[in-house]
Design a protein around this ligand. Structure first.
Ligand code: GTP
Ligand code: SPV
Ligand code: MN
Length: 586
């Protein structure tokens, strides 16, 4: 029990519905975390990893049909369908409650119910918000320990207020047929059943901090975005903050933790957040961002001491691994960790792995959960209650063709247009086909809790309220040549692009005005010490007229779906793009 009567009443209601054997109120202490781990080691939910090389690290194998977010089973439940918009699955609130309460009925019988009060945002910040997750999963409770500031600290922030987001979660029978992730923006409530995985089950993350928070933010005049936050330190030691939105599994964690290859010149990146940014306009009209989370739920495959040494350092201790492979030495392993798969490897499903099987040893969406505070590049400002001032906003996605390495929007409105029409190749972070191009506005397609037409309008409105609106950029680390090889080395070399962005913020940086935006000239990006194939920079910084024409057609189809909810400014920008493209000879 807490001292908050509204909270107690809701917990009682959930107890009556789900009928757990016992109720555990989480306090957030270290001992509580340890005891959750012990419980899971005993019942097989966790496997202990090599405690010499990986102290306090554990492996969890999720159900084989429960390994990624399931966007087709995720719903926005608003009274009017149009308020959810054409890009969300919709169910009427009454129907959703009726259908899904049947599944919650007695779903926690014989199990422990964990009540998890948690704080999204730094302690003592006026921007922080409280959520309470009820779950029958000890794995979820342990992950929430890492990902949020949880327990008493959240109850203290809440006091006797009823301003918290309740989220009811149960594993149910883990069957995708009986899996629902439901959001009720009008009540600020989440219901999730049938999945124990990441964004489906850790309700503070995508469900609250993005889907519900985006809707709350629009009403309250701020923004909840799928963005990393970094501080770029220049040779003089001055730090400039940037926020970047890339779709799932498209490089946010890597950019947030990058080891600069221009460290010799004095350029360095500090990590503030790797997945979500809550951004407010302060008294001076400056955009400021806080990271609502306290940990990283990062993609394992591809992470290595050469691609992301900071992440490798961060996940050495106190980390929960999910669906990675296991070596005979009891260490985690995944594709791209470096080196050959060791003899006797056990795959993510717990079977002996063999090269001949042709299967991946780690699931492509296998992940690590690690505390942000132990990240070597964590910014001194990462828990600043005021947040950090944002000077640039960056859109990025996987595009093997057409989209240049980097470009700058003409102004805020054009930048909002670039974000709204962003094409992105899909990844393994959600179930469904991988590598298909879809429109993923601001990397928020699966995470915007209301009509995206209204969301674009909100972005336009925010720009008008800002005294010095951040400059807006578009990046693409994923261009490929005809042989299917990446044209750009990426990772730590992305600092070279950030350096140009910083120059642009300061009024410098060589650029040319083109039909699609300001592009760096082929010599504008610092390639000192890099060996790129001949012509690569030219290809990475040119306008692909045909590709953009195809893109513009696809945008048009997408925008049309919003009917009159699409702001006229977006149509104006779209028309402007087409007109400029048509003027290019050839
Ligand atoms: P979510 O946690 O799902 O939101 O993903 P994310 O956006 O944080 O992506 P993450 O940084 O985990 O990267 C996903 C995958 O992209 C990993 O396999 C990385 O190795 C790969 N990746 C990241 N940055 C680069 C890059 O600059 N170039 C290339 N080629 N691959 C990259
Ligand atoms: C993403 O898919 O963008 C993630 C992982 O960050 S999850 O928490 O599963 O949403
Ligand atoms: Mn993410």
């Amino acid at each position: 029990m807490s001292n908050n009567t509204t909270l107690n009443a809701w917990v009682d209601e959930c107890v009556r519905l789900t009928k757990p054997e016992s109720v555990h109120w989480c306090t957030g202490t270290e001992e509580e975390y340890r005891s959750l781990i012990q419980t899971m080691l005993k019942d097989g939910t966790l496997i202990e990893l090599n405690q010499k090389t990986h102290p306090q690290c554990y492996l969890h194998r999720s159900h084989a049909s429960d390994v990624a977010r399931t966007e087709n089973l995720t719903f926005i439940c608003t009274t009017k369908e149009d308020d959810a918009g054409p890009t969300n699955n919709w169910m009427a609130p009454a129907e959703a409650k009726e259908r899904v309460s049947k599944l919650f009925e007695g779903s926690m019988k014989g199990r422990t119910m964990y009540v998890i009060p948690y704080l999204m945002g730094p302690v003592g910040s006026k921007y922080s918000k409280v959520g309470v997750e009820i779950t029958d999963s000890a794995y979820v409770a342990a992950n929430m320990h890492i990902m949020t500031r949880m327990g008493n600290v959240a109850l203290q922030h809440l006091g006797d207020s009823d301003d918290f987001v309740p989220g009811l979660h149960s594993l149910g029978d883990l069957s995708p047929e009986r899996r629902f992730i439901l959001h009720f923006p009008e009540e600020k409530l989440v219901w999730s059943i049938g999945s124990g995985y990441g964004g489906n089950a850790l309700l503070g993350k995508k469900c609250f901090a993005l889907r519900l928070a985006s809707s709350i933010a629009r009403q309250e005049g701020w923004m909840a975005e799928h963005m990393l936050i970094i501080g770029l330190e220049d040779p003089a030691g001055k730090v400039t903050y940037m926020a970047a939105a890339f779709p799932s599994a498209s490089g946010k964690t890597n950019l947030a933790m990058m080891v600069s290859t221009l460290a010799n010149q004095g350029y360095k990146v500090w990590t503030v957040g790797d997945d979500i940014a809550w951004m407010h306009i302060d008294e001076e009209g400056q955009l400021r961002a806080v990271n609502p989370e306290a940990g990283f739920f990062g993609v394992a495959p591809g992470t290595s001491t050469s691609t992301n040494p900071i992440a490798m350092e961060t996940v050495k201790a106190n980390t929960i691994y999910t669906n990675v492979a296991l070596t005979p030495a009891g260490e985690p392993w995944w594709e791209g960790i470096g080196g050959n798969p060791p003899e006797g490897l056990i795959d993510w499903e717990g079977h002996r792995w063999s090269r001949e099987s042709g299967k991946k040893a780690a699931h492509p969406n296998s992940r690590f959960t690690a505390p942000a505070r132990q990240c070597p590049s964590i910014s001194k400002q990462w828990e600043d209650p005021k947040g950090v001032p944002i000077s640039a906003i960056i859109w990025g996605s996987r595009r093997s063709v057409t989209v240049p390495l980097v470009m700058q929007a003409f102004d805020w409105q054009h930048g909002v247009f670039l974000g709204s029409g962003m094409g992105a190749e899909t990844t393994a972070a959600a179930t469904g086909a991988v590598g298909v191009v879809r429109r993923d506005p601001m990397a928020m397609l699966p995470f915007c809790g209301y009509n995206m037409g209204d969301y674009f309008q909100h972005w336009l409105n925010m720009g008008k309220r800002l005294k010095n609106p951040p400059l807006i950029f578009r990046v693409n680390w994923f261009r490929k040549n005809k042989e299917g090889k990446f044209l750009w080395p990426g990772y730590g070399d992305n600092i070279r692009v950030l350096k140009w962005i910083l120059e642009r913020i300061r009024g410098g940086g060589k650029a040319q005005e083109t039909a699609i935006g300001f592009l760096p000239t082929a010599d504008a990006i610092d390639t000192d010490g890099l060996t790129l194939p001949a012509g690569a920079m030219e290809e990475l910084t040119s306008v692909d007229k045909r590709g953009w024409m195809i893109g513009a057609d696809s945008m048009e189809k997408f925008y049309t779906r919003f009917g009159d909810r699409l702001p006229k400014e977006i149509w104006e920008e779209h028309k402007g793009l087409k007109t400029r493209l048509e003027k290019i000879p050839g």
